[in-house]
Design a protein around this ligand. Structure first.
Ligand code: NDP
Length: 331
């Protein structure tokens, strides 16, 4: 079997990571009981931070970025997997603490893997990736706290033109919810409607200064932006509803008041896709399979090569990517 493979490698030079495609020996891979032939990884916001050396995402160098991947088991010392099995991985610090998916091979712990759900190709699985997994965690969190689909019960999704946001729009509407998409990009309105958004609002509507409480509108919200956008979401939630917050593309600070919480009984639930137990992962993937269609993935996904990652990393951090970037590691 081939002993070498190609990977995007981050190495630090004068405190800045430099990304280059390198040919590595298999022996260089970190420890783990399963060796996976990676087919696809994906570019997430966090990978943009890692590739450009922001926010100390990467804990040690050299590092292979890519916080998720889908591929086929080549070798396994675990009874759970055998060569030929298709698997998907999201989270667990892969691409941050442990070499990630932007490589033709990955060696990981078997407990981090999930068998590829039936009915989706490896490309489609990475079209969903960490972003779709997180979007579904958010939607499930809302439903588990009382949200039910219904006429007049609007669910707001912020950062809608991005990866998590777009998949929350698509899957939320397929689950029967009335989705309102908030975006800062007018040119994405038709795209968001085609994903299932009932209507679109300008992101600026949420950040317009006003009193501590605005008109109560949303029966639930998925927030991928944080910062002033999240503050605007909180002040316009209906009584007794929940915001599932998973991202901070608009900044980590939150300037709000206590009033949405004590006068409108609003709940804020934080979503972290990294350490989700394996049984919950299988449940989440099961819900994703039910809620996603091949047509939607065709609209959301753009395939790119490893060599494009440094440029695309800049674009994702500047809110310029629409939907999801799947990385073909063999292109
Ligand atoms: P994307 O870059 O694909 O999407 C982010 C979207 O947010 C953009 O498309 C844009 O949408 C909006 N946006 C970007 N910059 C700003 C800004 N400065 N101010 C306001 N809005 C902005 O990223 P992802 O969808 O991959 O990730 C979104 C967030 O979720 C990130 O913070 C990421 O780290 C986080 N995340 C968290 C996970 C978890 O486990 N908690 C897992 C995955 C992601 P628009 O123009 O439509 O408003």
């Amino acid at each position: 079997m081939k002993q070498t493979f190609e990977a995007l490698v981050l190495e630090q030079q004068d405190g800045t990571p430099i990304a280059t495609i390198k040919t590595l020996d298999r022996d260089a891979l970190p420890e783990g009981d399963v060796l996976v032939k990676v087919a696809y990884s994906s570019l997430n916001y966090k990978d943009g931070l890692a590739i450009l050396g922001r926010n100390k995402v990467v804990r040690s160098y050299p590092m292979v970025p890519g916080i998720d991947f889908a591929g086929t088991v080549l070798e396994s010392a675990s009874p759970k997997y055998k060569p030929g099995d298709e698997v998907v991985l999201t989270g667990w610090g892969v691409g941050e603490r442990h070499w990630g998916g932007m490589a033709q091979l990955a060696r990981v712990k078997s407990e981090w893997l999930v068998p590829a759900p039936k009915g989706l190709s490896l490309l489609q699985l990475m079209g969903i990736g960490t972003a779709g997994f997180t979007a579904m965690l958010c939607l499930m969190a809302l439903e588990e706290r009382g949200l039910t689909p219904g006429e007049g019960r609007e669910v707001l999704v912020t950062g809608a033109s991005g990866g998590v946001g777009g998949l929350a729009v698509a899957m939320g509407s397929a689950m029967g919810h009335t989705i309102v998409a908030a975006t800062g990009r007018e040119e994405t309105h038709d795209y968001l409607k085609s994903l299932g958004a009932k209507s679109i609002i300008d992101r600026a509507e949420l950040t317009t200064p006003g009193g501590p409480l605005g008109t109560a509108r949303w029966s639930g919200a998925v927030d991928t932006v944080g910062g002033d956008v999240l503050a605007g979401v909180l002040r316009t939630m209906a009584y007794g509803t929940t915001v599932a917050v998973c991202g901070n593309a608009g900044g980590p600070e939150l300037h709000t008041t206590i009033l949405p919480f004590i006068l409108r009984a609003v709940s804020l639930v934080g979503i972290d896709s990294l350490p989700v137990p394996v049984e919950r992962r299988r449940e989440v993937w099961g819900r994703i399979v039910q809620a996603i269609s091949h047509d939607i993935l065709d609209k959301v996904v753009h395939v790119a090569a490893l060599v494009e990652m440094p440029t695309l990393a800049h674009e994702i951090l500047h809110g310029q990517i629409r939907g999801r970037v799947v990385v073909d590691v063999n292109a």
